[in-house]
Ligand binder design. Structure first.
Ligand code: SF4
Length: 431
């Protein structure tokens, strides 16, 4: 389809959804929500095509940019024209944009310095008032189910904040009649018995990151002090297996390591882990050869996992690709609320063998990081009223990333490359 035709189709989908919402006010309804979700898919497809074809039709691409966060404009237009906006209408309007899940960066501290990590390390921890404001915000969601995903840095280093958020969320969730879910991503180095008990009691799911056998792990994931922690990691992984906390082991593959993906997968399964996820390294440039090798080995791993009764998490519905365009909310330690992958800058700067792209100074890096943060900043958590309002769609984040990296062609190439990796991952055979 020509880009101009795609833009016209998007405009007509939007007009139809607007009419349906106005007719069904104040309750909204499935029909309008589905129309908007079709529009989101059409926008993402059109923008992807426009980026692949650049410089194609600049005018049509600019018209696509007018759809950025169109839900907010639509809400304003409906209210201005006197339509009664009830909770049902709001729920239909925002159902398709992210906002059900919040990534909570309880700390930026971490014992490791993984080669693919994009989180700026410092000793900040989330103060109680920010924890409380984040929980209260999510519990105002229009959805009946909300999820808190504790992240960092290493969240076990700020476990008091995790405890506080969980207890408050459960109390407020029960009062509001909402289901609360908790997820935590950990490097596994500080997994004590008390903490495991708490995670079990509150029905957490865990993501435990491990890049395979000792040498592979230590090569990609050195400690800040360069020590050998592998025995500790293995012991904690073994303890986790018997702790009654559902978990998935996540392994991150760099482009240069694509050839060892299957071997690594089998190694982790051989340790007794039954749910395994493989992440391609974001922020790296996947050249044609490494990309082909990655997907060849993924297919092999899928076949092997099926035969062994191992759950290959990438092939389940819970995996949302392209990950780089994920629009869930992120709450940073200092109370800044972002949409999407904003804390992953530093990112978008690595070549296929993991080396930094270009010799950017720290000052330039931090300038660019601030610029990306500015584009993805939603609000201060204590000022935000409705989490759904801030959620973004993959289209919103794709356009924003392209804007952020407009003057950095190599970083922009990495964005397009990582989106492509995500779209190709969608093509893997589902379980
Ligand atoms: S463990 Fe996680 S936060 Fe720490 S350096 Fe590695 S990827 Fe980054």
């Amino acid at each position: 389809m020509r880009l101009e035709d795609s833009v016209a189709r998007c405009a007509s989908l939007l007009a139809e959804a607007e009419r349906l919402l106005a007719e069904r006010a104040p309750d909204g309804g499935d029909e309008a929500a589905l129309r908007l979700e079709t529009l989101d898919d059409a926008l993402l497809a059109a923008w992807t095509a426009a980026e692949r074809a650049r410089p194609a039709s600049r005018a049509a691409a600019a018209r696509l940019e007018d759809f950025l966060f169109y839900r907010r404009g639509l809400l304003r237009r409906l209210a201005r024209s006197g339509v009664r906006v009830g909770p049902g209408l709001l729920a239909s309007l925002f159902r398709g944009s992210a906002g059900r899940r919040m990534f909570v960066f309880v700390t930026h501290a971490c014992q490791l310095r993984c080669s693919y990590c994009h989180v700026a390390k410092d000793s900040r921890r989330m103060p109680d008032e920010v924890v409380d404001a984040g929980v209260r915000l999510m519990l105002r969601s229009l959805r009946s189910e909300v999820e808190f995903h504790f992240f960092g840095g290493e969240p076990m280093l700020a476990f008091d904040a995790v405890r506080r958020a969980t207890l408050l969320a459960r109390r407020l969730g029960a009062r509001a009649g909402k289901t609360t879910r908790f997820l935590l991503t950990t490097n596994g180095l500080d997994l004590g018995d008390d903490e495991l008990l708490f995670l079990q009691e509150h029905r957490f799911s865990l993501e435990f990151s491990c890049d395979g056998a000792r040498d592979a792990q230590l090569a990609q994931r050195a400690t800040a002090g360069k020590g050998d922690y592998y025995a500790r990691l293995s012991a904690n992984l073994a303890r986790l297996r018997g702790a009654g906390v559902p978990y998935v082991v996540i392994t991150v593959v760099m482009p240069g390591d694509a050839g060892s993906l299957l071997e690594r997968f089998r190694y982790l399964a051989g340790l007794g882990h039954r749910r395994i996820q493989v992440n391609y390294a974001l922020g790296s440039l996947w050249d044609e050869a490494s990309r082909a090798e990655f997907f060849r080995q993924m297919s092999e791993a899928a076949r092997w996992a099926r035969g062994e009764g191992i759950e290959f998490v990438n092939l389940t519905a819970s995996r949302r690709e392209p990950v780089i365009l994920n629009g869930d909310l992120t709450l940073d330690c200092d109370g800044s609320l972002f949409r999407g992958p904003v804390l992953f800058d530093g990112a978008l700067t690595r070549s296929s063998d993991g080396r930094p792209l270009g010799a950017r100074s720290e000052a330039a890096r931090s300038r660019s990081y601030r610029e990306v943060q500015r584009l993805f900043r939603a609000d201060r958590v204590e000022r935000a009223l409705l989490p759904d309002y801030y959620g973004a769609t993959p289209f919103d984040n794709f356009v924003s990333l392209c804007r952020a990296y407009r003057s950095r062609p190599r970083a922009r190439a990495v964005v397009l490359d990582n989106v492509e990796m995500g779209l190709l991952s969608r093509g893997l055979p589902a379980l």
